[in-house]
Design a protein around this ligand. Structure first.
Ligand code: ATP
Ligand code: MG
Length: 350
């Protein structure tokens, strides 16, 4: 079987360090290992309209920002196809046919959707388009025959929903669609990086992010105001690690080399944790360590971004070229789907 990869992000804002450890890093690693036949990376603008239909400018503006973040992090347009979802009208058509295979109660049972409905206060005025977005994700994944989908943990219910749609389509109309499998980051903490406010998920729409494009000063400020242990008042007090976001981020981003460079009095993160829980290690010192590590990771990304910001037309060319290519692939799948369903009238009736 061919290895076809599809991933994507909503252009609801610039990408953050949760995207980096949760999915982007994985994508770049897979790309560089080269162990795949095709990799598609989608900017999900149509999906983002589901909760931003009254703020289209935000989505328009962020398409280029997300694309710049991708390339700055190492995605190579010569190796992967980066495209804009709404450019591929076949995706909307597939969504429409898949809608018949899913019940409304199944959609509202989706735990991620449930959480998002609450967050957006959609309980009494739920847009149909929003609640259907897992179906459109199934269209995105199956349109390209993707069998591998690198994602963060919040996307697991979407992949499950996609598999259900594939199974029911194939059993009704014959083997046509490919069942996808998620790829989660190996480090469990990276699967759902919490926000700087201690919220269970860093999210563009939650305002608790450290962005890949944040400058050094902003990163320092955000780290310094991060949630730690509210009972750790004096340096000599013993500190708690549980729910302490600074340590969660250190788990996600540090390694022994970073520790050697920025905290040479320790050999590894465990020694720092032990010192903190014992008492005698202040929050500011740990925060400075984290800020140094994040800034080191972000420096090369910022440098690439600075170049691309001056060459936006090159980035748009990449997106439109990618969209043309993606459209060809999706069009083949749509033809197969219509054939399987017996609604390819021009080919089968004439
Ligand atoms: P929004 O708040 O607008 O939904 P988001 O920050 O959740 O934005 P998405 O574009 O919805 O970002 O998600 C893109 C990808 O990034 C998905 O695979 C998702 O699982 C992953 N992801 C998003 N936030 C995190 C996070 N905090 N930790 C790990 N992965 C994440
Ligand atoms: Mg999201």
């Amino acid at each position: 079987m061919k290895n076809i990869i599809l991933t994507g992000d909503r252009p609801t804002g610039r990408l953050h360090i949760g995207h980096y450890v949760g999915s982007l890093k994985n994508r770049v690693e897979i790309q560089n290992e080269g162990n795949y036949d095709k990799m598609y990376v989608m900017i999900a603008d149509a999906q983002a309209l589901g909760d931003n239909h009254d703020n289209i400018q935000k989505i328009r503006d962020n398409i280029i920002e997300v694309a710049i973040d991708y390339i700055s992090c190492g995605l190579d347009p010569n190796k992967v196809t980066i495209f804009i979802q709404s450019e591929i009208s076949e995706l909307t058509e597939l969504t429409f046919y898949y809608m018949n295979l899913v019940t409304l109660s199944r959609l509202t049972r989706n735990p991620t959707v449930k959480e998002e409905i609450k967050l957006r206060k959609f309980e009494t005025s739920l847009p149909v388009g929003f609640v259907c977005y897992p179906i459109s994700q199934a269209a995105d994944i199956t349109a390209f025959g993707a069998n591998i989908v690198p994602v963060g943990e919040d996307q697991l219910p979407m992949i499950e929903q996609t598999r259900e749609i594939v199974r029911s389509f194939n059993s009704l109309y014959g083997e046509t669609l490919v069942e996808p499998k998620e790829v989660l980051p190996k480090n469990e903490i990276c699967r759902r990086l919490p926000g700087t406010d201690g919220n269970s998920k860093m999210g563009k729409s939650l305002g608790n992010c450290i962005y890949l494009s944040d400058d050094e000063k902003t990163v320092n400020q955000k780290v310094m105001s991060m949630y730690t242990d509210p009972d750790h008042i004096k340096v000599s007090d013993p500190g708690k690690l549980e729910g302490n976001v600074v340590f969660t981020y250190l788990d996600a981003f540090s390694n022994n080399e970073f520790i050697k460079k920025y905290a040479p009095e320790y050999n590894n993160l465990q020694e720092i944790k032990d010192h903190y829980t014992r008492g005698g290690l202040g929050d500011v010192k740990v925060k400075r360590l984290l800020a140094s590590i994040l800034n080191e990771i972000l420096t090369p990304i910022r440098e690439k971004r600075a170049y691309l910001e001056q060459h936006k037309s090159e980035v748009y060319d990449i997106l439109f070229k990618g969209s043309d290519e993606a459209r060809k692939a999706a069009s083949k799948t749509l033809n197969n789907v219509k054939k399987a369903m017996g609604i390819d009238y021009r080919n089968s009736l004439a």
